[in-house]
Ligand binder design. Structure first.
Ligand SMILES: [Zn+2]
Length: 277
């Protein structure tokens, strides 16, 4: 996917509103010592939560450099409120979760380690209510909780290490870490294991239901995406990185069995849903 590179005062304002105070320190100019520690942690496969957040922040920063947040503070605040409530239902409520709608007409959603979750404006536009938003965010939250991308990054860096990247060619550890983490958009676009995607669907559905939402939110979004033609460029990255919606729906149905029938009916939150102007 080639995202438009657009930087504006509006983007900076949105980014400042989105990132907590401590994240405002530019990671690019960080001293090499933390970079070295991060590298060692990655190499050892023992990344602390703080290091995971540091990695995720770099990836999120790169991602937003390629496609900025939608300059709509009400929208961003709303998505953060829903996302944080859904994330609280999961295994890692202590993470500082950040959610954002990125200014892209693609139909997709992304997660980065440490609690960074993004949904595109193109996907947001197709949502009908808050339960559907909760389902989509729940899927991405599950990726973070299960550290799917962090595990992928470890594999990537092991390959890089084997390839001699750790040789004397790169002297600056900070640069080395940046090389390993790579472009945020590219990392987020990397395909995970198909089973990881099905797991995220199951967990996402459960998280949204625990948060009090109609459990059919995520299945409804998958059905909706399934109506977009496979040749449509807006879904090409999503289809490249995820199993097809029909397969995901089938697997979700098999996993849920008739258990959804016995659930107390959840809310669709349509009255609260923020509609794009
Ligand atoms: Zn996914």
């Amino acid at each position: 996917m080639k995202m438009h590179h657009r930087l504006s005062v509006l983007l900076l304002a949105a980014w400042a509103a989105f990132v907590p105070a401590q994240a405002a320190e530019a990671p690019a100019s960080a001293p090499s010592k933390p970079g070295e520690q991060l590298l060692q942690a990655l190499l050892a496969g023992k990344t602390s939560q703080a290091e995971e957040v540091q990695i995720g922040r770099r990836i999120a920063g790169n991602l937003l450099g390629a496609a900025p947040l939608v300059a709509d503070e009400t929208l961003q605040r709303y998505v953060n409120r829903v996302g944080r409530w859904v994330a609280l239902q999961g295994e890692r409520p202590d993470l500082a979760w950040h959610f954002g709608v990125i200014d892209s007409e693609d139909i997709n959603a992304f997660a980065a380690p440490g609690g960074y979750v993004f949904i595109t404006k193109g996907l947001y536009r197709r949502l009908n209510d808050e339960a559907e938003l909760a389902g989509v965010l729940g899927h991405e939250i599950a990726h973070v909780q299960r550290k799917h991308h962090l595990k992928l990054l470890r594999q990537t860096q092991v390959i890089a290490a084997l390839g001699g990247l750790l040789g004397s060619k790169v002297k600056d550890e900070e640069q080395l870490v940046q090389n390993l983490i790579g472009n945020g958009a590219e990392i987020a676009a990397r395909s995970l294991d198909r089973e990881a995607e099905h797991e995220a669907d199951r967990m996402g559905l459960v998280l949204a239901a625990r948060a009090g939402y109609d459990a059919y939110g995520l299945p409804a979004v998958l059905a909706e995406i399934g109506h977009v033609g496979r040749s449509d460029k807006r879904v090409s990255l999503l289809y490249k990185t995820h199993p097809l919606p029909a397969e995901r729906l089938t697997r979700l149905g098999e996993a849920a069995g008739d258990r959804l029938d016995t659930l107390a009916p959840g809310q669709d939150g349509s009255g609260r849903f923020y509609r794009l102007p």
